[in-house]
Design a protein around this ligand. Structure first.
Ligand code: SF4
Length: 487
């Protein structure tokens, strides 16, 4: 009944004959329909598993998943009643199977995204997998390439309930109540798709109940209806920091945003937000890709969109798997990306200059910044009424490393000064953050950063979280452990 399970068994540290036997035994107790679903789940798991782990209960987990899918009334609507599995149901099965494998340690995407995911010093909450927005540059495209057909043309599927996500958040070592910035749905779906919207609001309701007070970032390419904005404005226990995305993308680049009337609805969202000063909002203008959406007209369109929001975050395209294949399929030119780089986005200086020039020529007054952290910082500064240092110490890293600057230097002088000289944290704060984040290292504090010293490099998410908690640059140097020093 079950196709090849050899690869899946090897990934799970199991004997393939024994796995088959267990699956067959379970299958005998299932209805015909449940067996068909289980067969599909096992097949999807076999192609998706990409990590080795110890998963003795794999067969039981997959059987439980198949039975839960059948029992779910939302999924029941997708059943055709026969033995064939249609595309919508298959996508749901794929999302749920990928999630189950990830929980068992048998699957990881290229970015290592988790339901509560530490990224860029924040914690991103991801209870849903799958998206129907259709971005050619989607960094989750790899899953589709590997025949796990749930993402690009996908169907948003709930894989963890919101209550469980909030419980996991509370237990996460990077979580500091009232401190760590949170993000909703930024790595696995689009937070205001009609199928995802209620999940976004449920997360916000649960955060309101907990009253921890952590800032919540939401990035959306969708439009916000009047009632969405009223609901967002009703939360008082934390600050919402909204990024509205508009990048003048053609339909080949972003299927949904090019629909007739869609941009007008987004413009209306931006206007409505102006009536809610407590809801901080900024314009997200990325990715800007040479040959895709960088004509002078497209740049003018996008910059004009951002003007009422006061801040526009610009940025280029990051390397994603299968970009060449997807570009070809969609009839887009092959974009240039930065080779051999994890973080760098391709954003040629001539393009940046052209954007700045068009901004000036149009007489726009919004502030142009070049990093998400700068967008967050400027929103916080506006809310506080005085300049707060960059949430990721971006300007400090520019100065200390000599890298291509992420700070565009176009902020008002007080902001430039706050970001250039953030307050130096004291030893006690550093020590308690290190303990909380499970980093075992000696350290010294200088005017340009905290230097950790340990035999092995701490994981990136830990040092990023440390920098975000302290709003100060953090560096690591290899070395023998020796007495801590400070200056
Ligand atoms: S001054 Fe520079 S680092 Fe600070 S928010 Fe503005 S652009 Fe970002």
């Amino acid at each position: 009944m079950f196709a090849q399970v050899g690869r899946l068994a090897r990934c799970a540290g199991l004997d393939d004959g024994a796995l088959l036997q267990t699956l067959d035994r379970h299958a005998m107790a299932l209805s015909n329909r449940e067996r068909v679903i289980l067969e599909a789940v096992v097949e999807i798991a076999g192609s998706a598993a990409n990590r080795s782990g110890d998963a003795p209960g794999l067969a039981t987990d997959l059987v439980e998943l198949a039975c839960a899918v059948i029992a779910d009334p939302a999924v029941g609507a997708l059943r055709d009643g026969g033995t064939k599995i249609g595309t919508p149901l298959r996508r749901v099965l794929s999302a749920k199977t990928v999630h189950t494998l990830r929980e068992l340690g048998l699957y990881e995407d290229a970015e290592g995204v988790q339901p509560v995911w530490p990224h860029a010093g924040m914690l991103i909450l991801n209870p849903v997998l799958g998206c129907s927005y259709g971005c050619a540059y989607c960094f989750r495209a790899q899953e589709q390439h590997e025949s796990v057909d749930w993402f690009l043309a996908g169907r948003p599927t709930q894989v963890v309930d919101e209550e469980e996500i909030i419980e996991r958040l509370a237990r996460h070592p990077a979580f500091v109540p009232g401190g760590t910035q949170l993000g909703l749905h930024t790595a696995t779906t689009e937070p205001f798709l009609p199928q995802v919207r209620e999940s976004t609001f449920r997360l916000l309701e649960l955060l309101e109940e907990r009253a921890w007070g952590n800032d919540v970032m939401i990035i959306t390419k969708y439009f916000l209806r009047e009632q969405d904005i009223a609901r967002l404005a009703s939360f008082t226990a934390f600050q919402i920091l909204l990024f509205l995305t508009h990048n003048a993308a053609p339909a080949e680049m972003e299927t949904m945003s090019a629909a007739p009337g869609f941009t007008e609805k987004k413009r209306r969202s931006a206007e409505l937000l102006a009536g809610h000063p407590r809801l901080a909002a900024a314009h997200y203008y990325r990715p800007i890709v040479p040959g895709w959406n960088d004509s002078d007209e497209q740049i003018a369109d996008a910059l004009t969109f951002g003007e009422p929001l006061g801040v526009t975050v610009i940025g280029g395209l990051k390397e994603v798997p299968n970009l060449a294949e997807i570009s070809r399929k969609r009839g887009l030119s092959l974009p240039v990306v930065e080779p051999d780089s994890d973080d760098e986005k391709h954003f040629p200086p001539e393009l940046v200059d052209r954007i700045v020039g068009i901004h000036a020529r149009l007489g726009l007054t919004s502030t142009l910044v070049g990093d998400q952290s700068c967008g967050l910082t400027t929103m916080l500064t506006r809310l506080k009424g005085s300049a707060v240092p960059n949430v990721e110490a971006t300007r400090m890293y520019d100065a200390a490393t000599g890298r291509r600057p992420k700070c565009m230097g176009l902020c008002p002088p007080e902001q430039l000064s706050a970001c250039g000289r953030p307050p130096v944290p004291d030893r006690e704060s550093v020590e308690s953050s290190l303990t909380r984040l499970g980093i075992s290292a000696h350290f010294r504090i200088t005017g340009d950063g905290i230097y950790l010293r340990s035999e092995s490099r701490p994981e990136k998410w830990r040092t990023e979280s440390l920098a975000a908690q302290l709003r100060f640059a953090v560096f690591w140097e290899p070395g023998e452990k020796r007495a801590a020093e400070s200056s």
